[in-house]
Design a binder for this molecule. Structure first.
Ligand code: ADP
Ligand code: MG
Length: 584
């Protein structure tokens, strides 16, 4: 959305509540929707984008609400100063919660957040300073220049502006270097790690950001209701917020608002009608919501918003921005990468038995061998994805054994995967931009405040240049899922190049390409070699690899059975026997 659209939304939030003849009951519903939508916006980032389920958002809302309630009633702090305190409190609590919980994944993480929700509720209901079950009342309202915002319509304006602000900062965050990192967490974690994204940091960022938005909603809630008690911060509320995000379309920002509207309105209607059906005091809404959630996930698992949304138009990608910083290419001919007696077992299976070779800067080394010879496992060992049982990996003479993929990336390795690992929710150019992660420096705070535009322009210029180089400029704005498998592997090369590496590991990049595409790829690899890149190439197409490689290393059953110039290897009896047998 353009800045003008955001302004229009803000104007709507200011004016709409004062519409003549608008029933106050509707305004009060709108307030409830607005506060819920702020929390659901956090869940869009946490659950929809980063793929982590949290039932604890209502509890985190409680942190913000109680923080400002205690400070303004016990210590007479102005509500406006309560805002940073509420945000800070939810941030600190989320950091602590995340530190012990985020190592869990999937259902275990969800269970962990349920445990937190129950514990925090217990805390709210039992701490004297928080007023136990009675809570805290007499919280001062917000006031602007002496005007106390007590009118429900004034509250609606504040909440509306708060929601527009929350959506704007979230849009900014998602459209940034860290936003791409978080979006990669769902299904693209291995690829993101290979270009240096610290996954733990990205997960923590999503968790903390969602918590801060919940804390913000809690602050609004406390000063507009002017009383807090534990009930709205319990597990049932937590389930409802999650339901809103899922119903609306957890991966889409407008879905948060749509989901909040639906759930609040349906909840309201149910509270009117259900007592007539099942008798008073049964609280059957939870049952209905549970059923609704299940049916919803069956009928439209991605939520309602994608059914309503239009496809976005392609953007223009400027390639004129200044280049991103990069490390200098090491001198030609020096040792780039060395495998020394590498071994890797999977249970009883020895995938790599004994692998040693040296790759020089400015060299294109082919790694070949029949299926199951251990080539892809070797790639994983060399790029830190898996660790060897024995042996060493050296990069430019430095021992890198035991390093993480991120450390390997930091030291100049970039790779593609045999089974392409593009982030499905990113466009092609965004996937390539993810490759520049380590070359950018903008923090999440800079992204939220939109101080990262100059760097983003440079990142996208770099991504566009690499795509162009790989011959895929036309597909920049396509979704990664639309591409043929062969093209996906080429996008992986562009992503690897965007990292500005000195060593490039390519696992079967030519598989699935047409003849002309293979020739273009060969030309690109020759050019990269001429620039001094060290390239390790796994390839099944013998003609392709023989015509390109300076040297070949041939593997079979996890060991090197031959090594040398292509024309010599071709005649090696061991190779013919093991590998080319049928062909030769
Ligand atoms: P290549 O790439 O040369 O075809 P791979 O390195 O993919 O060979 O596989 C080598 C052997 O290791 C195969 O027998 C494969 O089944 C096995 N292997 C690879 N990865 C794993 C894993 N994660 N767990 C168990 N076995 C594996
Ligand atoms: Mg393989």
């Amino acid at each position: 959305m353009k800045p003008l659209h955001w302004l229009a939304l803000a104007a709507l939030a200011v004016l709409l509540p004062w519409l003549p003849g608008l029933p106050l009951f509707w305004v009060s519903l709108a307030c409830q929707i607005g506060i819920s939508a702020i929390i659901a916006t956090g869940l869009v980032v946490l659950t929809g984008v980063a793929g982590m389920t949290s039932f604890a958002q209502a509890s985190l809302m409680g942190i913000g609400a109680y923080a400002t309630a205690v400070l303004s009633t016990n210590y007479g702090l102005s509500p406006w100063l309560g805002l940073p305190a509420a945000l800070m409190a939810s941030l600190v609590v989320a950091l602590a919660m995340g530190a012990v919980t985020l190592r869990l994944s999937g259902h275990y993480l969800a269970l962990g957040t349920i445990a937190w929700s129950v514990s925090l509720y217990y805390l709210y209901a039992n701490l004297d300073i928080l007023g136990r079950n009675d809570g805290i009342s007499g919280i001062p309202p917000l006031s602007i220049a002496g005007w106390r915002l007590i009118d429900i319509r004034a509250s609606a304006v504040v909440i509306g502006l708060g929601l527009v602000g929350a959506m704007l900062t979230t849009r900014h965050l998602l459209d940034s270097r860290w936003g791409r990192a978080m979006r990669a967490l769902r299904g693209g974690a291995v690829a993101a790690a290979s270009v240096g994204v610290e996954l733990g940091q990205a997960r923590m960022l999503a968790f903390v950001y969602a918590a801060v938005l919940a804390g913000f909603a809690g602050w609004l809630f406390a000063h507009l209701q002017r009383a807090v008690n534990p009930t709205p911060f319990g597990l049932v509320a937590g389930i409802q917020y999650l339901l809103m995000a899922v119903v609306g379309g957890a991966a889409h920002l407008p879905g948060a608002l749509l989901g909040a509207i639906l759930v609040v309105l349906v909840n309201n209607a149910l509270q009117d009608w259900l007592p007539h059906l099942v008798g008073p005091g049964v609280n059957a809404e939870t049952v209905v919501f549970g059923l609704a959630l299940v049916l919803m996930l069956q009928a439209a698992p991605t939520g309602l918003w994608p059914l309503l949304a239009r496809k976005s138009k392609p953007r223009h990608h400027d390639v004129t921005a200044a280049a991103l910083p990069r490390t200098l290419m090491p001198a030609q001919g020096g040792v780039a990468l060395q495998a020394i007696n590498l071994q890797r077992r999977f249970g009883g299976l020895v995938a790599v038995a004994d692998l040693s070779f040296t790759l020089y800067q400015g060299e294109l080394l082919g790694l070949i061998g029949p299926n199951g010879a251990g080539k892809s496992t070797s790639f994983n060992l060399l790029s830190g994805v898996t660790q060897p049982n024995h042996g060493r990996v050296e990069l430019g003479g430095r021992d890198m054994t035991g390093s993480s993929p991120q450390d390997m990336a930091r030291c100049g390795i970039a790779r593609s995967f045999q089974h392409a690992k593009l982030v499905q929710s990113l466009t092609v150019i965004e996937n390539v931009a993810l490759g520049t992660h380590l070359r950018g420096a903008a923090s999440p705070v800079a992204a939220v405040l939109r101080r990262d535009r100059a760097e983003e322009a440079r990142i996208f210029a770099e991504a566009a240049i690499q795509l162009e180089r790989c011959g895929l400029a036309d597909l920049a704005d396509a979704s990664a899922t639309e591409l043929a498998l062969g093209q996906q592997r080429i996008v992986e090369i562009a992503r690897a190049l965007a990292a500005g590496p000195s060593v490039l590991l390519l696992d079967e990049p030519a598989a699935g390409l047409r003849h002309a595409e293979k020739q273009a790829l060969a030309a690109l690899l020759r050019q990269l070699r001429a620039e001094g890149m060290a390239i390790l190439l796994v390839e099944h197409d013998m003609e392709f690899v023989m015509s390109l490689a300076d040297r070949l290393v041939v593997m079979d059953f996890g060991t090197v059975i031959a090594e040398g110039r292509p024309q010599d290897v071709r005649r090696n009896p061991a190779v013919i026997e093991a590998y080319l047998g049928g062909v030769a």
